[in-house]
Design a protein. Structure first.
Length: 476
């Protein structure tokens, strides 16, 4: 796991590090080292980039499954991503370099998709008792990388944005070295060949069609932008809406594929249980970054033990808790071995903890009027609950997905699962329509209650669900 965990650390560091300073770099004045782009346009550029990342991930997972295998896909994708970020370090590159870098980063995502998680699942396919611990370790390393904004932000402030980008690129490329040097010895033949290779006679034809389609879509979007029919906000909204339904449409496509067996179809039906559960959990997470962020700014006393906090500082709490909880769960699963709870039971308990967060916040909302500044410990308690839930659902979800995935869709199903984040964001947007100031208690009761009940159903039915996934391993 050294090679994979090191790569996860670098990927997390680069992703969080770049995103935290890129928007500042775009709208900061030229005199202060930025590009002086309008703030709204800057936000729209990043929104489009994020939205297109979902589509690129789907393409990348197809490339891994059908063309080059997960090992080569991840290697090429990470190197391309590192070089793309390094472009941002070019002094006085201006907006052209930013556009080229973003396109190159999307190209990197279009190569590797969810290859890291798919490769981890394949590596531990015959060691189910170690699989959950392996994904928990990836979860820890990715969250260690989440500390990057503090580092890159400080570097950018002191030495300029270009140096902050350069640091992110260097960390990414250095942390992939163990993967490049140790993969042959550590992985053997795992991930070397595509799971469902395109016949050699059709490969050129498929590549031509794929390239032509991408170019055609690019020209169409460019034309719509040029004539004013489409803008960044509309494109982001369209992709966001499509992303809500895309995972379920993709599952229907997989279920009806001639490459999917009857056993695979049965497992895919069970997989919907986990997909919906994670979508609900992501809805809760979006409440924490939306409504509760405003609550932190307006109704929380930001003085704690003599320290003055900022509303943004609460966003560092989840990363710290994730590292602690991830370490504990990873060690616990490794220690318990074959005696550990099954994956469905873990996921169900985790989902209930996600729901316990909003229910917990009902206490200060009930006890204190809006004119009273409450202790920040209430928000910390909320994060303590939902991140403990995440420590159970996030690594376990990816572990289960790699177990369920049909051979022909090994990487693609992992991408489908990751799209539950966009489904959760969509559910959060819909839920926000029912939010009214002064009725927060009822709002959080409904959100938390639905999440807890869903998790409880998974806990009660854990043996039945687990048996449908992996009959030989089903136990409480």
């Amino acid at each position: 796991m050294t090679a994979l965990s090191s790569a996860a650390l670098g990927n997390g560091f680069a992703g969080y590090g770049v995103s935290s300073i890129l928007i500042l770099y775009l709208y900061e004045s030229v005199a202060k080292g930025g590009l002086g782009v309008d703030k709204i346009l800057s936000a729209q550029i990043l929104s489009v980039y994020s939205s297109l990342g979902f589509i690129a991930g789907i393409i990348g997972s197809n490339v891994a499954d059908r063309l080059i295998g997960t090992r080569l896909a991840y290697r090429l994708g990470m190197i391309t991503k590192g070089l793309a970020i390094a472009l941002l370090a070019i002094p006085h590159g201006g907006m052209p370099i930013v556009v080229i870098s973003i396109i190159a980063q999307l190209f990197a995502a279009g190569i590797m998709g969810q290859s890291l998680n798919a490769l981890t699942g394949a590596l531990y396919a015959d060691e189910p008792t170690k699989r959950d611990s392996a994904f928990a370790l990836l979860y820890i390393m990715n969250n260690i990388g989440a500390a990057a904004p503090i580092i890159t932000g400080t570097i950018a402030l002191q030495f300029g944005y270009n140096i902050g980008f350069l640091l992110s690129a260097v960390v990414l490329l250095v942390t992939i070295l163990p993967y490049l040097l140790l993969s042959q010895k550590a992985f053997g033949g795992v991930g070397l060949t595509p799971a469902d290779p395109i016949p050699a006679a059709r490969r050129k034809q498929v590549l031509r069609i794929g390239a032509g389609t991408l170019i055609g879509v690019g020209l169409l979007l460019g034309g719509l932008f040029a004539i004013g029919v489409l803008n960044a906000t509309r494109l982001s909204n369209v992709i966001g809406t499509v992303s809500i339904f895309l995972p379920f449409l993709y599952l229907i496509y997989m279920a009806h594929s001639p490459k999917t067996t009857a056993t695979d179809v049965r497992k895919l039906k069970v997989f919907i249980t986990f997909l919906v559960a994670n979508s609900v959990c992501m809805m809760v997470w979006n409440q924490s970054t939306g409504i509760l962020s405003l609550y932190a700014a307006d109704q929380v006393n930001l003085n704690l033990f003599g320290l003055t906090l900022t509303p943004a500082s609460f966003q560092t709490v989840p990363a710290i808790l994730a590292i602690v909880y991830g370490a504990i769960t990873s060690l616990l699963w490794a220690k318990l071995g074959t005696r550990q709870p099954n994956s469905t039971l873990k996921f169900g308990l985790g989902t209930m903890l996600w729901g316990a967060g909003p229910l917990f916040m009902m206490i200060p909302l009930s006890l204190f009027p809006s004119t009273v500044k409450v202790s920040p410990l209430w928000l910390i308690g909320f994060y303590a609950l939902i991140i403990l839930g995440e420590a159970l659902t996030s690594p376990i979800g990816y572990s289960v997905t790699t177990t369920i995935a049909p051979l022909a869709f090994a990487t693609q199903l992992v991408t489908v699962y990751s799209l539950s984040q966009s489904v959760g964001a969509g559910l959060s947007t819909l839920a926000a329509n029912f939010y009214t100031a002064g009725h927060e208690v009822r709002y959080f009761l409904i959100i938390g209650g639905i999440t807890v009940i869903y998790g409880l159903v998974m806990v009660v039915l854990n043996r039945r669900i687990e048996h449908a996934i992996q009959p030989s391993e089903a136990k409480a």
